[in-house]
Design a protein around this ligand. Structure first.
Ligand code: HEM
Length: 136
């Protein structure tokens, strides 16, 4: 297994655990810990995606995917953008509380958006683990 796939899998497993912990924390009222974990996960997701693009563009470590994987990879990547952009909106919304309509919107609907994004995020990481197993 390449170093990239090892790191990807470790990140996917870590993120899956942290997502579950962050959800549980908010339900038991530990908002600050929920906040901190979600910020770490969101920043981590951006680093992961940018690194992935960089590796694909310049590293070539993974090589081209077998053609039968292309539709799946397109679906996986597109689905991954939903929680990535969504979580960024939720974090930015909270950090800019009271400053504009954007933050008001995302703060008012934080719970509904959060539940949706966490579930999609969860399945995206499960897809990532599937990739690591089948592309190794
Ligand atoms: C600066 C970052 C964040 C802060 C300060 C924060 C804070 C909170 C707070 C105070 C709640 C309680 C309900 C409410 O106020 O609406 C909550 C709920 C929730 N948050 Fe966050 N959050 C942050 C980021 C995120 C992100 C990025 C996600 C997911 C993508 C997320 C997912 C959730 C979920 C799923 C709930 C509802 C839990 C439940 O009752 O089922 N949060 N958050």
């Amino acid at each position: 297994m390449s170093m990239f796939l090892i790191i990807s899998t470790a990140w996917a497993v870590t993120a899956l655990v942290l997502l579950a912990v962050a959800w549980w924390l908010v339900r038991v009222g530990k908002i600050v810990l929920h906040r901190n974990i979600m910020i770490v996960l969101t920043v981590g997701a951006w680093i992961f995606i940018l690194n992935y693009i960089f590796v694909q563009r310049y590293g070539g470590e993974l090589g081209p995917f077998p053609s039968e994987y292309v539709p799946w990879m397109a679906l996986h990547g597109s689905l991954g953008l939903v929680p990535l952009i969504g979580a960024t909106c939720l974090v930015v919304g909270r950090l800019m509380t009271g400053r504009n309509k954007f933050s008001t919107h995302f703060n008012q609907h934080h719970k509904a958006y959060g539940r949706t994004f966490v579930v999609v995020w969860f399945f995206t990481h499960l897809g990532g683990i599937f990739n690591a197993i089948f592309l190794r």
